[in-house]
Write a protein that binds this ligand. Structure first.
Ligand code: FAD
Length: 332
């Protein structure tokens, strides 16, 4: 029977494991479901799904739908959209959560359009408004300069994509009971209209930008690859990773996978150190949710200072070597 209070989490896997964004969505969904009185449902896709179902239950799901057909092994916008739309139509959830990931960004709007659902992308908070019996979303607006709070018509399916690190990841609870439902069918003929001919994966070394606790990010002000070698040393000493603005990507100093911002990654580390970055709205939107922001820029009027907790007006070439030296001294 349809449970109009259910919360459906569209899960993602990564190298055979539950993706961190899915653990976060399950943590958030569990809190919301306990407040709104519904069940948490999780959808996992591909042949790996069945093996991860019990982990989904331990992470707070009441029901795990496993779409085990090999057709779902690789991401297909057409097949995933069809599957998620069909499942939403069947279980009629009140809320469907996806990550603000490549999958979520592509599938969420398509499902919302098909089902006439309310859509809020890139949410940094989802809460349950008990008084009005509906969910409420907060998302950055105007390139991160403001936050908007949204509420949809009660009774309308709400589909939200949620930014990484916005929800508290669920902890494993041994012995939690739940149900697993297998969806064995392949997508119907004609559903997949776009065929993947080739996938080129750029394997990033070490911690992913989206999972990093510390990011040292460089902009056009670094002037070239030597500047990035310098901030990499700083990042390593802080146990962090290096990010970038679009300028160094366009200049081929760093790969596209390092870009942060509107057309790059959305990150929320504990510490974001912006070096030689002006603070354009398109960049700020990708790092504004960082817990602490430190800026080093020689221009005192750089926009980046306006969103920083700590700022240093200086030439990076003068101050970064001193920081590296001090950190090395602390580590010995
Ligand atoms: C549709 C669209 C999407 C976009 N998406 C993105 C995106 O996802 N991510 C992104 O980053 N950009 C994006 N951009 C580009 C964005 O608008 C800016 O052009 C870009 O962010 C600027 O990068 P920057 O701050 O590194 O470079 P600049 O604007 O060139 O700034 C360099 C800064 O370094 C400082 N500086 C120079 N030398 C030194 C030094 N020696 N020491 C210290 N400071 C120094 C300067 O004072 C300046 O503030 C997008 C643009 C468009 C139109």
């Amino acid at each position: 029977m349809a449970d109009s209070k259910a919360i459906l989490v569209v899960g993602e896997t990564e190298k055979g494991k539950m993706a961190s964004i899915t653990r976060e969505l399950l943590g958030g969904a569990r809190v919301l479901a306990d407040q709104s009185g519904g069940d948490v449902c999780l959808l996992l896709l591909g042949e790996i799904a069945a093996a991860l179902a019990s982990e989904g239950i331990s992470l707070g799901a009441d029901k795990v739908y496993v779409a085990t057909n090999a057709a779902y092994n690789e991401f297909s916008s057409d097949a995933y959209t069809e599957l998620v739309s069909g499942l939403c139509a069947k279980i009629a959830p009140a809320l469907c959560l996806m990550g603000q990931t490549d999958l979520g960004c592509e599938v969420a709007p398509r499902v919302a359009a098909r089902l006439g659902a309310a859509l809020a992308m890139d949410c940094v908070e989802v809460v349950f408004d008990a008084e009005n019996g509906r969910f409420q979303q907060t998302r950055p607006a105007f390139g991160g300069k403001a936050l908007s709070v949204l509420a949809s018509t009660k009774g309308l399916l709400q589909i939200n994509t949620v930014r990484a690190k916005s929800m508290q990841a669920a902890a494993l609870q041994d012995g939690r009971k739940g149900e697993t439902v297998t969806i064995a069918e392949a997508p119907a003929p004609g559903v997949i209209k776009v065929k993947l001919l080739e996938a080129k994966k750029t394997e990033a070394e070490g911690i992913k930008l989206e999972d990093a606790k510390v990011i040292v990010s460089g902009g056009g002000g670094l002037g070239g690859t030597e500047g990035f070698a310098m901030i990499k040393e700083l990042a390593d000493l802080l146990g962090g990773v290096v990010g970038a603005t679009r300028v160094p990507v366009d200049e081929n100093w760093v790969p596209l996978s390092m870009e942060i911002g509107q057309t790059g990654k959305i990150v929320s580390p504990e510490l974001y150190i912006a070096i030689g970055i002006s603070g354009a709205a398109q960049h700020v939107t990708g790092c504004i949710s960082s817990k602490k922001i430190v800026t080093i820029n020689r221009d005192p009027d750089a926009n980046m200072f306006k969103i920083s907790d700590l700022g240093l007006v200086a030439d990076y070439k003068a101050v970064v070597p001193i920081l590296i030296e001090k950190l090395k001294a602390m580590n010995t």
